[in-house]
Design a protein. Structure first.
Length: 242
């Protein structure tokens, strides 16, 4: 189901990490991590609390310096801070909601530089909320705004950390459907951190499972739930497969 965008011209991988060690100061919490994302695919990064998913994303996004290993972008080493990576086409939706609550929906969208129209095309729900202060939106609407703003820029790769956090299942379905549409339409590659494996597998093409700072398994999303459940049952922890 993976669709490769022909315009990349650099082979199939947009973003990859090899032997990545990541953490805080000298404290490595992610070790020897190999992951890659290609245009037009959604890759789920799964794992329980504290596995190192957010640390991985922060490092790929340029908010944390890697301790060791290599990150490549379109085949060349990737360095530089978040804003430089953003200009190159790397989008990042962090774990904490990043809308500016005191500003209107319209102004939040304008901050994203992708414009208002493409965002409202992806989420028509935002159309009637443009003049409302973002702080007055529901949690689900705020997350739609966050995702709309990130996707409207048409990044080559989007890193998204727990879009589903604290949201009702119907909203999560809506967010993931829009994500899938944008990926299909624009050939965006997505690395999607999720704790809810079942939902993540429904929307993704393939998955990595992290545990205690390492990738312990990977596979195609079709049929992946059984393997993930088996791994978790072996660990007496089914929570990820809920
Ligand atoms: N600022 C920090 N300083 C030191 N250690 C940290 C810091 N932030 C996270 N950690 C530790 O790094 C490890 C991985 O955390 P991380 O936030 O990457 O996990 P996660 O997989 O995203 O978990 P969750 O599903 O709960 O969001 C944890 O043991 C955590 O305590
Ligand atoms: Mg996290």
């Amino acid at each position: 189901m993976t669709v490769l965008a022909p315009e990349t011209g650099t082979g199939s991988v947009a973003l990859s990490a090899r032997g990545l060690v990541a953490g805080y100061g000298d404290l490595a919490v992610v070790r020897d991590l190999d992951v890659s994302v290609s245009p037009g695919e959604i890759v789920a990064l799964l794992g329980p609390n504290g596995a190192g998913k957010s640390t991985t994303l922060l490092t790929l996004a340029g908010q944390l310096p890697p301790i060791a290993g290599e990150i490549t972008w379109l085949g060349t080493p990737l360095t530089g801070a978040l804003h430089r990576r953003a200009r190159a086409g790397l989008g990042f939706v962090p774990e904490e909601r990043s809308v500016i609550m005191s500003m209107s929906v319209r102004d939040n969208l304008l901050l994203g530089s992708g414009g208002i129209e493409p965002a409202v095309e992806l989420f028509p729900e935002l159309g009637k909320l443009l003049d409302r202060r973002a702080g007055l939106l529901s949690g689900g609407e705020q997350q739609m705004l966050t995702l709309a703003r990130a996707l409207a820029r048409r990044p080559r790769v989007l890193l998204a950390d727990e879009l589903s956090l604290g949201l009702a299942p119907i909203i999560v379905d809506r967010l993931f459907a829009a994500l899938r549409d944008a990926v299909g339409e624009f050939g965006i590659g997505v690395l999607l951190v999720e704790q809810q494996a079942r939902r993540a597998l429904d929307v993704s093409d393939r998955w990595y499972l992290m545990r205690r700072g390492e990738v312990v398994a990977a596979g195609a999303s079709d049929g992946g739930l059984e393997e993930i459940q088996r791994l978790y049952l072996a660990d007496h922890d089914e929570s990820v497969a809920s």
